[in-house]
Design a protein around this ligand. Structure first.
Ligand code: DAH
Length: 337
């Protein structure tokens, strides 16, 4: 019985060192297994004289209970530790800020286009589209632009073949709309157009929006009212608007429409070249020749048309001084809109 206390000590020592549940089983086997240290002691009880056997039995059994309890306690402690470790490694810190994906936004030209469409839609215009690769007929001929007209200059027009061009304006959509529809109707046609040109106010591709209203008694007054309403909504209700006589082959009479310079309020500055006015769009009454070519009787029908550059009016509205900024897609530029 003398070495019992050293057995107990080495048992407790080993128990304190063990780091995992598997190690615990090794200790149980070593002390309490069939060939265990304590089991061996218990087996020797039979050889003792009866009076010693009883007290030794009590001591050994207490020892066995103690070992079992210690093993159970240690097992629970190790289990707890493992659980804590697992929880810590799987922990999710819900206070960490998430990865922010900034929302995208519409390109300033798209925004401008949608603003323009909104204003005309409210006045009953519907949106019409036409092809960007266009025939000579729609882009020029049917718009009363004859072969020798300067607008056909090789420097301005991208020719795909002798009879096919990249449309140089959205005006051909006027012709397509007239062929498709029955008057009265009013349409706007936004889209890309192409001209062989590049500097701080020109890019080979840019955007225009065309307008056309046809009916039995559409007059210049309608044209004025619609364009003034548009310009007042788009720029500001008090911006002055003026119509200047001009020339376009597909309209007669034709006008160029100016607004009072929104930068100097008419006093004269660099943007308006000291004139106090800024040219905004071209317009006019549909030329009877154009009606005839599309099979409309000019004695019965009249109409007005207009066309404007979207880049140009976006540049004015947002004070942008270089058209190329629209296409460089520098995020610092785009974020401002
Ligand atoms: N198509 C002309 C251009 O690109 C703009 C234009 C002028 C359109 C007068 C029209 C108009 O509909 O009536 O320069």
């Amino acid at each position: 019985m003398d070495d019992l206390s050293s057995i107990k000590q080495s048992f407790l020592h080993e128990l304190s060192l063990v780091q995992g549940i598997a190690g615990l089983d090794d200790i149980r086997v070593k002390y309490l297994g069939k060939k265990g240290v304590l089991t061996g002691k218990l087996k020797t009880l039979g050889a003792l004289p009866p009076d010693e056997r009883r007290s030794a039995g009590i001591v050994l059994n207490e020892m066995k209970v103690l070992m079992e309890n210690e093993l159970a306690l240690r097992k629970q402690a190790l289990k707890n530790r493992e659980l804590e470790k697992k929880l810590a490694s799987e922990a999710l810190d819900i206070t960490i800020p998430g990865n922010y994906t900034p929302p995208g936004r519409l390109h300033p030209l798209t925004q401008t286009m949608l603003d323009i469409i909104d204003i005309f839609s409210a006045m009953g215009f519907s949106v019409e589209e036409g092809p960007e690769v266009e025939t000579d007929y729609y882009n020029f001929e049917a718009l009363n632009i004859p072969r020798e007209h300067p607008a056909r200059d090789m420097q301005d027009t991208f020719y795909v073949s002798d009879d096919v061009v990249l449309r140089t304006h959205t005006s051909p959509v006027q012709i397509r709309a007239m062929q498709k529809r029955k008057p009265p109707f009013r349409i706007i046609a936004p889209g890309k157009v192409y001209r062989c040109d590049a500097d701080i106010s020109h890019t080979p591709m840019f955007h225009q929006i065309e307008g056309l209203m046809v009916g039995e008694d559409i007059s210049f007054s309608h044209l004025k009212a619609v364009l003034e309403a548009f310009l007042h909504r788009f720029f500001s209700p008090d911006v002055p608007v003026r119509f200047r006589p001009s020339y376009f082959p597909f309209t007669e009479p034709s006008a160029e429409v100016d607004i009072g310079c929104i930068f100097c309020k008419g006093a004269g500055c660099r943007t308006c070249k000291t004139s106090g006015w800024i040219e905004i769009l071209g317009a006019g009454m549909v030329n009877p020749r154009v009606f005839e070519m599309s099979g409309y009787d000019p004695q019965v029908y009249s109409g007005f048309a207009f066309g404007m550059g979207i880049e140009r009016i976006a540049m004015l509205k947002y004070s942008i001084d270089d058209i190329r900024l629209f296409y460089e897609n520098d995020i610092r530029f785009l974020r401002q809109f």
